[in-house]
Write a protein that binds this ligand. Sequence first.
Ligand code: AMP
Length: 192
Amino acid sequence: MNIILLGPPGAGKGTQAGKLVDARNMVQLSTGDMLRAAKTSGTDMGKKVAAIMDAGELVTDEIVIGLIEEKLDGEAGGGFIFDGFPRTLAQADALGELLERKGATLDAVIELQVNDDVLVERIVGRARDAVAAGGTARADDNEESLKVRLMEYYKKTSPLIGYYYAKGDLKAVDGLASMDDVASSIAAVLDA
Ligand code: AMP
């Protein structure tokens, strides 16, 4: 079973993906995590994307599609969870083609519905928690980058809701519920 978790920054995609990895042995493919790893290890690609990511803008389709293509040849476990990918219509088309080429299907697109006030609170909280735990906040977890990330989401990613609705793949889940309730709603979709 291959699924997409769709939603704005702070909607809980990463948290819910982690739960699915534990509960169902699924494999989380987070392009954000892959890009942050490239940035930290200082690869040429990482250096190229660092400033774009910190500003909250999207990196090119070509880069993220390449990252996903590589991972699709790896271990699939109980299926792939696409977390933070696709984020543009071009990425969505590319994912469809990559899966088709592998003879795989996309089984559900789960939209985590939240409102903007909650997103800002969660992201500011995430930055505060990271610092309180002795670490550092994500470079893009600040108010200025968050504004850009939200605008990128509404301009480029939210059209995917209509795209997957028209394909018949979209399932909406209330992302404002507690973490466990959101997990239960997702489980209900996957087990339906
Ligand atoms: P995330 O961890 O999913 O919030 O992603 C962090 C940042 O990585 C985003 O703000 C973008 O700069 C970049 N990024 C992650 N996934 C994608 C994607 N699918 N397309 C373009 N940029 C992405």
